[in-house]
Design a protein around this ligand. Sequence first.
Ligand SMILES: [Mg+2]
Length: 251
Amino acid sequence: MAPGGYEAVLLDIEGTTTPISYVHDELFPYVAENVADFLATRWDEPEVQTHVRAIAEQANRDVEAGIAAATGVILDGPQADSADEVRRKVLSNIEWQMKEDRKIGALKGLQGYMWKFGYEGGQLRGAMYPDAVEAMKHWTGAGRKVYIYSSGSVEAQKLIFGYTDHGSLLEYISGYYDTKVGSKVESPSYAAIARDIGQSPGRILFVSDNINEIRAADKAGMQTVVSIRPGNAPVGECEFCKSSDFMDIPL
Ligand SMILES: [Mg+2]
């Protein structure tokens, strides 16, 4: 059934507003290319030290867990590594974790902190599909509210939309949800978002490239559209509406 009569639009990011390759092609390489310089120039800043300590503690847990590639870091006490030694070990640990594509909190924390500088300094720009930007303006202009639901943290979402290749889009977005509200493939997450937005699920349109997310939103009673973009996983035949140009989605 074609969507219509919704009051709010809930958008996924990767594969929906933004190319699915963005994180791997832009955000991860930015960290890989800049982390050595970043640590060298900002080493003494308290926030950098907080991230360094989290990464060192994770490395020590990895050693305890018997992960052969991990190297322990001694941060405190008479046996403590020198600052140079800590920096060398932490840097090689970060490079190893990134190569392995580990989704570890300590690494994500430092990445997010570096991205903030990248966006604010103009080296990073949130990549947006032009029709997604146009549709966000069209929806809000027609009195609909636009919300974001992504597995990236709310903080990271605000950076992507605050510094896009189409300028800041923050004024078009009424709220942000990440996995703190629940997993994107579980229908109670969508029920919780609907309650928070203050609309019945049937008055909310969810757009995502991920068919399992679409199924979960549909199960919660939301209207849905599957985002069709270059590089997205093929969805094949399904009962859901699809769109490769969001300006074609009826109000
Ligand atoms: Mg997606």
